[in-house]
Design a protein around this ligand. Structure first.
Ligand SMILES: C[S@@+](CC[C@H](N)C(=O)[O-])C[C@H]1O[C@@H](n2cnc3c(N)ncnc32)[C@H](O)[C@@H]1O
Length: 241
């Protein structure tokens, strides 16, 4: 079957493969086999959907979810602070939904990612297919802390409560100049990561709290949104000398 596309109608969107049929209050939408991004397809009631190719933010919305997926703001900071790019080898854990793993692969990296929950790992493999990066992301079912004797990596990314156990081994896991990046939802875990990074002699240790404020523009004026705090978590970066 060909790759699915998004079919967009106002603020609604549906993920459909060529040949599939969608039945909704807007009528029956039959997706042609030769549909391309940008094409308009009408339901039998004459309502028009526009076909769109999936990009990163669409994957965030349409991946099957298991472990809490990383938000776009945190993905951007990890890629920005580590410089992940074409040809990099990345060790990642835990895979979870696979949002971070797929984003790094779509930036050109080859990713080995561990997920301790075998069912989550299976879902993540399917998500990598949807993202078009199954050939660049090796999803392995297992506890990352039991697989730290492998080859060196350019970057290690961690989104697990036991990240400090992996950071302890970062000097052996990383190439010279390589980065470790850790996402932690809690300050206590973040502190453990920072202390471990210091103990094992990593350099350039920096932690950032991620806060993003959305702006509202309406008839009364313009200001930061009052809905939500905008905090996601703490990102710690450290580097092998
Ligand atoms: C918050 S989710 C990761 C989400 C992921 N970064 C993403 O963007 O979709 C954390 C995942 O780590 C897995 N996990 C926790 N400890 C682990 C370990 N030691 N080794 C491998 N996976 C682990 C959990 O099962 C969970 O699915």
């Amino acid at each position: 079957m060909s790759d699915p596309l998004l079919f967009v109608y106002e603020d609604r969107e549906y993920l459909l493969a060529p040949g599939e049929t969608l039945e909704s209050d807007l009528g029956v939408l039959e997706v042609p086999e030769d549909v391309s991004p940008g094409d308009t397809v009408e339901t039998h009631l004459g309502e028009s959907f526009t076909a769109r190719k999936l990009r990163g933010p669409d994957l965030f919305n349409h991946f099957e979810r298991t472990g809490a997926p990383m938000m776009p703001r945190d993905l951007g900071l990890i890629i920005g602070h580590t410089g992940i790019s074409e040809g990099d080898r990345v060790l990642d854990a835990g895979t979870g939904t696979g949002v971070l793993a797929s984003a790094m692969a779509r930036a050109g990296a080859t990713v080995t990612t561990y997920e301790v929950n075998a069912e989550f790992a299976e879902v993540a493999r399917e998500n990598m297919e949807l993202a078009g990066v199954a050939d660049r992301v090796d999803v392995r079912a297992g506890d990352v802390t039991e697989h730290l004797d492998g080859p060196e990596f350019d970057v290690v990314t961690l989104d697990t409560a036991d990240a400090d156990t992996v950071v302890e081994r970062a000097p052996d896991l990383l190439v010279p100049g390589g980065f470790v990046a850790v996402y932690s939802p809690f300050v206590e875990d973040t502190r453990a990561v920072v202390e471990t990074a210091r103990e094992v002699g990593l350099s350039d240790i920096r932690t950032f709290e991620t806060i993003q404020r959305r702006m509202d523009f309406d008839d009364r004026g313009s200001r930061p949104s009052t809905a939500g705090v905008g905090h996601t978590g703490y990102l710690t970066f450290a580097r092998k000398q």
